[in-house]
Design a protein around this ligand. Structure first.
Ligand code: C5P
Length: 279
């Protein structure tokens, strides 16, 4: 983790829902990668805990105690104060980490500021099922409800276009709308993909099980998927997490940049970015 304050966008390259626990949380099998763009968390010493939310996506992010950054700060237990700034660039409630990545970045930044160890694994998981993987910030296979992290082969050079049509999608509603909760997991062994084409070909044999219910709730997600899949060079178009952000995979930076520009031109209300995936 070279840049602890960067809360990188999380992309679920595949997300299988394989079961449900007695407490209602779902068992997942997901290949998670990170983009080279995200929110930024900074902190400086202060007497009390304070949070300021800035940046182009600040509207709609809770600034009070509900904010995951403040909840992350409290997970350290009694601690000195800090003046924390969250610079919000990722659309909130959009399936690419957002709040979880912010919480993870806050944990890293505050551990450094205060010279403290990170909170234990259970406290980290209580912040959100995606916080453990965001804390690692590398390409991983995520199972359990999000707390079991296993190494994944390194990604080949691959670029993504991330596109969000501006609908906030609450995760619980998408899980609740699932038809089946006992889908098969991903193949047991992940291969070492030689290039972006091989990665996409392998991913075509996997799924995001949350995509059908999210599309049924928000048909505009299907519109974004169709528009992205039609871009020259797009190897795969799929939704990330519980949506509404959709990603397209591309073999090089130029193709991704062209596709992002094409996609954004007729849709000024959509959030569209090109990024390198890796971890
Ligand atoms: O853990 P987090 O707060 O991010 O989860 C938000 C909601 O998503 C949960 O309240 C739950 O309804 C759903 N969820 C789930 N199974 C998971 C992760 C999230 O059912 N593994």
């Amino acid at each position: 983790m070279t840049d602890p304050g960067l809360a990188r966008a999380k992309v679920n390259l595949a997300l299988h829902v394989t079961g449900r626990r007695a407490d209602g949380y779902h068992l997942l099998d997901s290949l998670v990668a990170f983009a080279d763009l995200g929110d930024r968390v900074t902190a400086e010493p202060a007497d009390a805990l304070e949070l300021r939310v800035t940046g182009p996506m600040a509207a709609g992010v809770p600034g009070g105690e509900d904010n995951l950054v403040l909840r992350a700060a409290r997970a350290f237990g009694p601690a000195p104060g800090a003046r924390i700034t969250l610079e919000k660039h990722l659309p909130p409630a959009s399936g690419i980490g957002g709040g979880s990545a912010d919480a993870a970045a806050a944990l890293r930044v505050l551990a450094a500021l205060w010279g403290r160890d990170l909170p234990d694994a259970a406290a980290v998981l209580r912040l959100g099922a995606d916080v453990p993987v965001c804390l690692r910030g590398e390409t991983l296979r995520m199972t359990g409800v999000g707390e079991v992290l296993a190494p994944a082969p390194p990604l080949p050079p691959v670029w993504a276009v991330l596109a969000n049509p501006g609908v906030a999608v609450p995760t619980p509603a998408v899980f609740a709308a699932l038809d089946r909760r006992d889908n098969p997991p991903m193949p047991a062994d992940l291969p070492r993909w030689r290039d972006a084409g091989a990665l996409a070909a392998w991913l075509h044999g996997t799924r995001n099980d949350l995509e059908p219910p999210a599309r049924a709730l928000h048909p505009v997600i299907g519109q974004v998927l169709t528009a992205l899949a039609a871009q020259p060079g797009c190897l795969l178009a799929r939704m990330s997490g519980s949506g509404a952000t959709v990603f397209g995979l591309f073999p090089d930076a130029a193709a991704a940049a062209r596709a992002a520009a094409q996609l954004a031109r007729p849709q000024p209300g959509w959030w569209v970015r090109a990024a390198r995936l890796g971890g």
